[in-house]
Design a protein around this ligand. Structure first.
Ligand code: DSN
Length: 422
């Protein structure tokens, strides 16, 4: 079926590339843990006439006329987001996760202030203070790490000592490559002891929090949560900032997002966020979020049986970080390439204190949000994990790679990407 009749007639080049991507997604397995498939309803909202509208400001307080329907849409998104995450305030305008973090820093800090966050090589994110970002020219970042990469245990005594010494204004939880839960209660207590604001970057696990499959940092005294909306939350590419109950903080965040940092909100995306939040409020989404975790556990079991080292010993969330260089003698880059060849998409990833370079590190990172949306259960996920190890062990055997590719295509055929999610 041709979903793009006008595009096909008008612009054959772009049409061809988009259809190519549609086919790639349909016939391959998406294991990048920060990706997912949105519903047809989310796509329709995202492709709507709202893309034509400028709406600087917030509902009821805009700088341009014609805002009757944009106000309705943004208010729906805000109300649903608050309910999902148990927050009193929501700003749904950040264009993505990194802009959400930048706006949050701008709202809560002065230049030169200190942030205590997780080290990138131990699972943190670039915006948590990696030297390659411009943020490090403005703010001072200090880091905490895992005490033991084999268990994932964080040294909270050390975190407390660093917080007392460095006096951060923000104590930042959250990560993009850490497979365990953090101790929000202890982190929140440390933040209070040093007068810092406790912020969670929930970009990766927002859907798991919304689906009640993991803990909600707001239940443990966190003040602010930033997130993306397109990962486990299964919405359009975008960001959001939630404030638990402090109106003063919420006002500062609104001002920092607009006019402080961004221009006009992307209103078609905000409509798609509203639709996604509506889906995430459904009981079916809770079942989905729990299944994401069960599926990751099923993959963990296979990797453990095959003797592949997993950072932190396994997973308690949606992702696994495997040391393929240490265990199978294949680098992260080469693993990513050969798995791509058989139709499994994931990403190379540095592991804690990696001795290899970021573009060819020791690890791979993969997860179950997208294949769970596709309807895969534990048995199928275990089979996918077996095929991954098989592929990595037989990476020079072209005949075997072809057989694996064929099996993956068959699996995808049995589980097409769904149009309806609730
Ligand atoms: N690119 C995202 C991820 O894959 O985790 C983080 O920004």
């Amino acid at each position: 079926m041709n979903h793009y009749p006008y595009l096909k007639k008008q612009d054959a080049q772009v049409f061809k590339a988009i259809v190519g991507e549609d086919t790639r997604q349909a016939e391959g397995l998406e294991l990048i843990p920060s990706e997912n498939y949105v519903s047809r309803a989310v796509k329709e909202a995202n492709a709507s006439s709202l893309t034509n509208k400028y709406s600087e400001g917030y509902p009821g307080k805009r700088y341009y006329g014609g805002q009757h329907f944009t106000d309705i849409v943004e208010n729906i998104a805000r109300e649903r987001a608050k309910k999902l995450f148990k927050a009193q305030f929501a700003n749904v305008q950040p264009h993505a996760g990194a802009p959400a973090n930048v706006a949050m820093y701008m709202a809560l800090l002065e230049p030169g202030d200190t942030i205590l966050g997780m080290d990138l090589s131990h699972g943190g994110h670039l915006t948590h203070g990696h030297p390659v970002t411009y943020l490090t020219k403005i703010f001072r970042f200090v880091r905490y790490k895992m005490k033991n990469p084999e268990t994932g245990e964080i040294d909270y005594d050390e975190m407390r000592a660093v917080a007392k010494r460095e006096k951060p204004k923000i104590l930042l939880a959250g990560y993009s490559a850490y497979p365990r839960e953090l101790d929000y209660k202890t982190m929140s207590a440390i933040a209070r002891e040093v007068g810092a604001i406790a912020v969670m970057d929930a970009a990766h696990i927002a859907g798991l929090i919304a689906g009640r499959a993991v803990k909600n940092p707001f239940d443990y005294g966190f003040d602010v949560m930033t997130t993306t909306t397109h990962k486990t939350l299964r919405g359009p590419r975008g960001g959001m900032i939630l404030t638990r109950d402090n109106e003063d903080i919420a006002k500062k965040i609104d001002k920092a997002v607009f006019p402080g940092f961004q221009g006009g909100p992307i209103m078609n995306t905000i409509a798609a966020k509203a639709v996604c939040f509506g889906e995430a409020l459904s009981p079916k989404f809770r079942t989905y979020a729990k299944q994401v975790l069960k599926n990751a556990k099923a993959m963990e079991k296979v990797f453990a049986k095959e003797g592949v080292r997993m950072l932190t010993g396994g997973t308690s969330n949606h992702l696994i970080l495997a040391d393929v260089w240490g265990s199978l003698g294949v680098s992260g880059h080469d693993a990513e390439t050969v798995l791509d060849e058989v139709g499994i998409t994931l990403n190379k990833n540095s592991i804690a204190d990696d001795t290899r370079k970021p573009m060819d590190p020791s690890g791979i990172r993969f997860g179950t949000p997208a294949i769970t949306t596709r309807g895969f259960g534990e048995k199928e996920c275990a089979r996918v994990a077996e095929l991954m190890v098989d592929t990595l062990k037989n990476r020079t055997n072209k005949k075997r790679l072809k057989e694996v590719r064929a099996e993956i295509k068959r699996m995808c055929g049995k589980r097409p990407i769904p149009e309806r999610l609730v």
